[in-house]
Design a protein around this ligand. Structure first.
Ligand code: OAD
Length: 247
């Protein structure tokens, strides 16, 4: 697999001082967390986003949405970081400026040891009051009829994730856009490049003159723009890239 890493890319990485990374559900696929749009295995294959990941869906059927996220929260808690997550955590140690922006809510980058992680779409491990946005401290309260209520505010608890139609955390987006504009090398890994504003980040990096590397087993709308488009699994290509750097 090391042979699959273009030597020009290794040279760029050896010269680089500032690295930016955008990850999507694909980097967690090898941790057995389903992606959203892969046919059949993708989460949306059995559910439509509109039914589950919108404020309207939650208002219409809070229990169904809560239960779906509780199922996913449990799956994420049981999942383990894979060699792709671990390689990114190792790569971060080698650069003075390394910014990892993820669309994923599974927390696996942090569990792999990545330090500087920006969660564009929030975190499934956190829950907050629907009315006030106040995060829950400590354990999620047991209740007969989910969703449970926030013990301080009394409002319905909901996952602290960004739903369709909701604003992304402004500071996270600003920091991620700055990292994209300033990167010497920018990676876009395991994302279908379909959901904005996340999908705009590699385009911003490319426009600002970065070397942009896409890692994905299949083509995406971004592939033609990438400087290097590496066809394959993140869990295989990233460790090979690290090994090529150490050669
Ligand atoms: P998608 O499911 O849209 O895309 C997953 C991508 O990962 C696809 O391009 C796959 O080809 C690729 N992939 C699959 N296995 C891989 C592997 N082992 N290594 C590398 N790549 C692999 O997921 P996202 O692009 O993350 O938003 O979706 C973006 C957003 O749409 C999500 O954050 C979510 C969803 O709606 C919200 O919930 C707000």
């Amino acid at each position: 697999m090391v042979g699959q890493i273009p030597k020009e890319l290794v040279e760029e990485l050896r010269k680089a001082k500032k690295i930016g990374v955008l990850t999507g559900a694909g980097i967690s696929a090898e941790s057995k967390i389903p992606t959203f749009r892969d046919a059949m295995t993708g989460l949306w294959a059995s559910f439509s986003p509109e039914e589950l990941a919108t404020p309207e869906a939650f208002a219409r059927n809070p229990k169904m949405v809560w239960d779906w996220y509780a199922f996913r929260r449990d799956m994420c808690a049981k999942a383990l970081p894979n060699p792709g997550h671990l390689a990114l955590a190792e790569l971060e140690k080698r650069y003075e400026q390394f910014t990892l922006t993820t669309q994923n809510v599974d927390g696996l980058h942090q569990r792999a040891g990545s330090q500087r992680v920006f969660e564009l779409h929030g975190s499934i491990a956190r829950v907050k009051c629907t009315d006030t946005g106040r995060l829950l401290e400590g354990e999620i309260p047991e209740c007969d009829e989910p969703p449970p209520l926030h013990p301080e505010t009394g409002g319905l608890l909901r996952p602290d994730v960004v739903w369709f139609g909701e604003m992304l955390p402004a500071e996270v987006l600003q920091e991620s856009a700055k990292a994209a504009r300033n990167a010497d090398v920018y990676f876009t890994i395991g994302t279908s490049a379909l959901v904005y504003p996340a999908a705009a980040l590699p385009v911003e990096a490319q426009r600002a003159g970065a070397t942009v590397v896409e890692i994905n087993p299949t083509e995406t709308p971004f592939s033609l723009l990438a400087t290097f488009s590496l066809r394959g699994k993140a869990g295989e290509i990233l460790p090979a890239l690290l090994a090529a750097l150490d050669d």
